[in-house]
Ligand binder design. Sequence first.
Ligand code: FPP
Length: 249
Amino acid sequence: MENSLKDQINRDKLPRHIAIIMDGNGRWAKRKGNERIFGHKNGVKAVRETVEAAAELGIGYLTLYAFSTENWNRPRTEIDALMSLLVITLDKEIDNLMENNICLVAIGDIDSLPRKVKANLGRAINKTSLNTGMTLVLALSYSARWEILDALKSIARKIESGELTAKEITCDHFTEQLQTRDIPDPELLIRTSGEYRVSNFLLWQIAYAELYFTNTLWPDFTKEDLYAAICNFQNRERRFGKISEQVVS
Ligand code: FPP
């Protein structure tokens, strides 16, 4: 493609982990006079483009917020349609994941998902587990407060049994109790559709992430949109609480 933003990306300064809140499927469909599920179906195409672009670039981890704990409150028909879409997509995309050397993992309350979703998810996770390229993390029935509470409960149990004392709880120790224990924190968080919220997504892990918001609705999100977000990220100064001179030196 001519004049792709891809050429402007510094390959030595790639974000190690990109997390995305894929928003706007429903609005996209409505604007086209269609049912919301039509937006989700087209959202899958954007997922495929984004995953492929991130893997090609050499991004280490890509986390996609596919279904939140709060999404269980949507109308039953939409939940069922989303779950069916997941079943079909997981099945259809295994070959693509293998071709791109992508390792699939999932975070969230996986037990709460329908049996068929769990089965296809498990199959895809097993089949791709030895792949050494990008790790694709699907957040399913996920919310950060649920994850943090779950970690807290496991710490409380250890304290109750005398295995742990309060003094021994450090940031690193707490991080170890989260579902993302093997995944580095996201350096770039993207949200589509012009909403400026983090919606209960990876709240502990995004402490120092750069936030990038775009008005593009998720089904319209292309490889070029991902490149634009990465270029924007690379033009920011990340200070981690220090002053500019310290970071430059
Ligand atoms: C947000 O748009 C999107 C979702 C709740 C679901 C995301 C799911 C997909 C893209 C398809 C399945 C994904 C995978 C990984 C196979 P919204 O419905 O909240 O849109 P709105 O804000 O316009 O209503």
